[in-house]
Write a protein of this length. Structure first.
Length: 182
């Protein structure tokens, strides 16, 4: 009887352990822009988060610096709004009352080679689909280089399943007498 209980506990523990391993990619993809430069010498840096199940942009905090064509801007939920997005592209546009003066209203468009819902290195498209522009003066600058480094952030449920799996292994080993009580 005791052996059957231990075998059942071990089976449940193994199932929970493997369930936690397969769920690790569910949740949020955290991406950081790296080496992003524009053709006018300006740069871009910052982070954005996407939902790993559908690629929806959840948040963004991206700053562009001044170059010869454009003054740069700080894009986040307080100063800009999410415009168009797809599985490989998103745009953020400034909210009018956050733009200094009347000569800007910038829009940042970033398009990547791969889907935004997969972790790893994702290069920016260097054709006309990645750029920053002004909706008023129509000045624009193209992205000349850069990529996003993306990592999966496990959901709390995944971490809980992993913890249960480890606790189960500890319990089975303790009952077998392999771990002395503390």
């Amino acid at each position: 009887m005791k052996t059957k209980i231990e075998a059942a506990a071990l089976a449940v523990t193994v199932c929970l352990f493997f369930a936690s391993a397969t769920c690790a990619n569910a949740g949020v993809i955290y991406s950081s822009l790296n080496g992003v430069t524009f053709d006018d010498g300006g740069t871009a840096f910052g982070t954005f988060e996407t939902d790993s199940t559908n690629g929806v942009i959840l948040s963004w905090d991206i700053t562009t610096t001044a170059g010869s064509k454009f003054p740069g801007f700080h894009y986040d939920a307080a100063t800009s709004t999410l415009g168009y997005y797809s599985s490989t592209k998103f745009q953020v546009a400034a909210i009018a009352n956050w733009c200094p003066g009347t000569s800007c209203l910038p829009l940042l468009s970033l398009m990547f080679d791969d889907y935004l819902k997969t972790p790893g290195v994702n290069n920016l498209r260097l054709d006309l689909s990645s750029f920053e522009t002004s909706n008023i003066t129509y000045d624009s600058r193209r992205v000349a280089s850069g990529y996003a480094d993306s990592q999966s952030v496990p959901e709390p449920a995944t971490l809980s399943l992993f913890g249960l799996g480890l606790a189960g292994f500890w319990l089975v080993r303790r009952r077998k007498g392999e771990i002395s009580s503390v």
